[in-house]
Design a protein around this ligand. Structure first.
Ligand SMILES: CCCCCCCCCCCC(=O)SCCNC(=O)CCNC(=O)[C@H](O)C(C)(C)COP(=O)(O)OP(=O)(O)OC[C@H]1O[C@@H](n2cnc3c(N)ncnc32)[C@H](O)[C@@H]1OP(=O)(O)O
Length: 213
């Protein structure tokens, strides 16, 4: 793994040299939100084949319009208050990533990373419930933020997850993660997703390891 940390640092530094224009980010976030709605309708729409073909052509034209302006590098990953990385392209928290729910994370005074969110149909696994991989992704990321907030960031070396009961779609959920132990380069983080009835639907212990430089 030697060299991976240095490579990541180089990418961080390159991206952090970009100026973030908040007005432009807000417009792009709005675009991403509309594309998320579109994505859900691709699954749900009752449109007939002709209408689907017509809409597809329009989307092609819109994509070509954005592509004409050229491609840059992904928007900056700057570290915000309490160690939360503001990664605009993240698949979990990225406001500009149309695959992301997206989830907003904040760090409490005691170092607990917390979030409240509702997951829609795009994240379905068993009918009516959240896909287990999506729950794992959220707990992995939230735990990573808790490790970072603890001052001991690292890469996920392990994620031991128990699905206690199905996690429902379309209702408010919350999640929390807290670093509970540090052993050399290893940081252990406990986390859980909590359903609307206050009971945990998924619980995990993750190990984060700072790569050797
Ligand atoms: C600013 C950023 C903010 C980030 C905040 C944003 C949040 C992002 C969260 C997302 C995080 C991700 O998804 S990260 C992406 C997914 N993860 C990865 O791709 C990681 C891929 N794996 C690796 O790069 C590597 O395996 C590492 C860096 C994890 C570890 O490699 P290494 O440095 O060579 O360390 P290694 O010798 O293997 O292990 C060190 C010690 O830990 C122990 N160990 C190894 N794995 C485990 C384990 N699962 N559970 C217990 N202990 C373990 C070993 O036995 C050893 O013990 P001893 O001999 O010392 O006793």
């Amino acid at each position: 793994m030697t060299g991976a940390w240095a490579a990541m640092q180089r990418v961080f530094e390159e991206r952090e040299r970009q100026e973030i224009d908040e007005g432009r980010v807000a417009r792009l976030a709005e675009l991403a939100a509309r594309v998320r709605e579109l994505s859900e309708l691709v699954i749900l729409s009752q449109a007939d084949e002709m209408e689907i073909a017509a809409v597809t052509r329009e989307i092609e034209l819109l994509t070509a319009r954005l592509a004409a302006a050229g491609r840059g590098i992904p928007p900056s990953a700057e570290v915000g208050d309490g160690g939360v990385v503001r990664q605009l392209g993240s698949p979990v928290t990225g406001l500009l990533n149309t695959l992301a729910p997206p989830i907003e994370i904040r760090i409490g005074d005691d170092g607990t990373a917390r979030s409240e969110f509702t997951l829609g149909l795009l994240y379905e696994g068993p009918p009516g419930f959240v896909h287990g991989g999506v729950s794992a992704m959220i707990l992995d990321h939230l735990s990573g933020c808790a490790a970072s907030a603890n001052g001991t960031p690292g890469m996920t070396a392990g994620l031991d997850l128990r699905y206690r009961r199905p996690t429902p779609l379309g209702v408010p959920l919350s999640a929390e993660a807290k670093a509970v132990r540090v052993d050399g380069r290893k940081t252990f983080v406990d986390s859980r997703i909590i359903g609307p009835d206050g009971r945990a639907t998924a619980e995990a212990t993750a190990v984060f390891i700072m790569p050797t430089r």
